[in-house]
Design a protein around this ligand. Structure first.
Ligand code: WTA
Length: 572
């Protein structure tokens, strides 16, 4: 059904019309916001940048970038030119074509964003990698996806095991004094010489856009493929949930290595023609408040761990900054504690709006809106166009207040298209009746608000980052001293969970502080610093099933002093 034009829907929606819009909205209503609705020519990069660069928005700032050394801004016109240059380099040097996988592995910088959008202009599928990944993690992802090119820095190049990667033919380096040799090219130099014009490659809605690797409780990280069709939901949720208006200055603190950093760090805000702030460097309460003050940030999207760290830094610091520009504050990634919401009301005089979604879902699904009452502790209600429910293991819907699987009816625009090279894994997400099963357990109350209860599987959320216990265990047992390892998430007041490893040592090794440090370093250097266990406990033996699987459930019960439950499958 066709409603009114979209900006009106968004504005009316935010004026208390949740129920009505929820009843009437159909995703096809949202398509008229895009130029391809008229032209038939589609590419997310065009809608995000070129469309604005060809209108009165051309001199509006698209990107403010700040770190310890750089403080720069780029208009939509300038981003159009820079991304055209990046696209020309990728095309002319590396012959990147539609569907080729191009990885980006570098700290935040304007070049990262130019390369990202440039590659999308070619129809390439971009694999963003968090800068903290070490060699093993980089190898797994580039091998699985058969990446043809990577954009990285000279510092991070040592973690790209080029010799093990037969498909990797082109390495673009961003830095000073780059020597062009052995597959390596100087991106900045090449971009300087490149043409500012570029003819965008038009794609289908179902063509690949990004490949985000994410962790489950078993196996290696899996490649979640998103397609250009996701832009419909990116756009619409930025209107509804982020409540974005023409004059807003928006800051999303997530790194593009994670899905929030692409969907809501780049795509969604630029699709709506919003000025974004990107801050490089590490987390420090003072510098974060300074960013809000300096750029006059109005809409701010962050995560519970960050809010808890800010809360821990004290209210006195807040008073040293002028944060009056803030209009709308949002959170994602882990449960948002009611206490944090109350603190936000006190220091920012703003409610923090929780949002729920996952890498696999590609965009927000259950949220708190400016137009609805917040029930602190609840993730909110589904966005219009999305049906959410609590179902049992057979896919039967459960009544309010019954705990079960949080599930979403298949068919929202941003849903993953597949798991790369693993259709079987993709299929395993769905129950009969076309329910996508999230892996989270939750319940719904009588007003239709959803309340997160935990993960059904063993996936760990630490500081908002998703870590698969299997990946960490696999790395741990590569250490010469480790015979067996079991890894769990241990509740932590600031980080949500921390990674705790139970380890049985090989004969001849003594459990010392030095060894603990050594094992931790081993994971840090082999996988990533955020994957290294903060706590390590040695045990003579670990609880295992008769088939030899470590029973993390029992480890968790040990840790929390809980009954271990059914132990019938445990070996003697
Ligand atoms: C968790 C991040 C509670 C959840 C966008 C989910 C949350 C996983 C919330 C996905 C929330 C995300 N409240 N838990 N508002 N948002 N989660 O793929 O367990 O990194 O399954 O996506 O984070 O993590 P991912």
């Amino acid at each position: 059904m066709i409603l009114k034009t979209l900006p009106i829907i968004a504005d009316e929606f935010n004026l208390q019309n949740y129920d009505e819009v929820y009843k009437q909205f159909d995703w096809s209503d949202a398509e008229r916001a895009f130029s391809w609705f008229e032209t038939g020519k589609l590419n997310l990069a065009y809608e995000a940048i070129d469309r604005h660069a060809n209108t009165s928005k051309k001199n509006k700032v698209a990107l403010y970038y700040k770190d310890d050394e750089r403080n720069e801004k780029y208009t939509f016109k300038e981003v159009q030119q820079q991304t055209n240059k990046a696209a020309n380099v990728l095309k002319d040097v590396a012959d990147i074509k539609k569907g080729d996988r191009v990885f980006i592995f570098m700290p935040r910088s304007p070049e990262l964003y130019f390369a990202l959008i440039g590659a999308i202009k070619l129809g390439a599928i971009v694999g963003p990698l968090f800068e903290a990944f070490m060699e093993g993690a980089v190898r797994d992802r580039l091998l699985d996806s058969e990446a043809k090119a990577i954009v990285t820095t000279p510092e991070l190049l040592s973690r790209v095991p080029v010799k093990d990667l037969p498909h990797l033919q082109y390495i673009f380096l961003v830095g000073e004094n780059i020597e062009e040799k052995d597959k390596c090219y100087d991106l900045n130099k090449r971009m300087k010489e490149a043409d500012r014009q570029f003819d965008i490659v038009w794609v289908e809605r179902t063509d690949g856009l990004t490949l985000h690797y994410t962790s489950g409780s078993t196996g290696k990280p899996k490649g979640v493929l998103h397609v250009h069709n996701a832009m419909i939901q990116h756009y619409q949720t930025v209107k509804w949930v982020l409540d974005m208006k023409e004059e807003d200055v928006y800051w999303c603190t997530a790194d593009p290595g994670w899905v929030t950093g692409t969907a809501y760090g780049v795509f969604g805000p630029w699709l709506t023609g919003t000025s974004i702030v990107v801050a490089g460097g590490r987390f420090k309460p003072e510098s974060w408040y300074k960013i809000i003050e300096e750029f006059g940030v109005t809409v701010w999207y962050s995560a519970p761990t960050a809010f808890r760290m800010l809360m821990g830094a004290g209210d006195e610091i807040v008073k040293r900054f002028d944060l009056s520009s803030l209009r709308h504050v949002l959170s994602v990634g882990e449960p948002l504690n009611p206490e944090v919401i109350r603190w936000g009301m006190k220091v920012f005089e703003r409610r923090i709006h929780d949002t729920w979604w996952m890498t696999e879902t590609g965009a927000q699904l259950i949220c708190n809106y400016p137009c609805l009452e917040i029930k602190p502790g609840s993730m909110g209600k589904p966005i219009p166009g999305v049906k959410a429910a609590i179902v049992d293991d057979q896919g039967r819907e459960l009544p309010p207040y019954r705990m079960g699987n949080l599930a979403i009816k298949k068919g929202w625009p941003a849903m993953m298209a597949t798991i790369w090279n693993n259709q079987q894994k993709y299929d395993s997400y769905f129950l009969k009746g076309d329910w996508y099963v999230s892996g989270d357990s939750a319940y719904m109350d009588q007003d239709g608000y959803f309340w997160f209860q935990g993960r059904v599987d063993d996936v760990i959320m630490t500081s908002g980052e998703r870590v698969g216990p299997f990946e960490v265990e696999s790395k741990l047992v590569e250490h010469p001293a480790v015979a067996e390892a079991g890894v769990i998430g241990k509740p932590d007041p600031v980080r949500g969970e921390i990674i705790k490893a139970f380890i049985a040592l090989r004969d001849g090794y003594e459990p010392t502080e030095q060894l603990i440090e050594d094992i931790r370093q081993f994971v840090k250097l082999g996988l990533a610093s955020h994957a290294a266990p903060r706590e390590i406990e040695f045990r003579d033996k670990l609880p295992k099933t008769r088939s030899g699987k470590i029973m993390r459930r029992v480890l968790k019960a040990w840790e929390l002093d809980l009954p271990a439950g059914d132990l019938s499958s445990m070996e003697d």
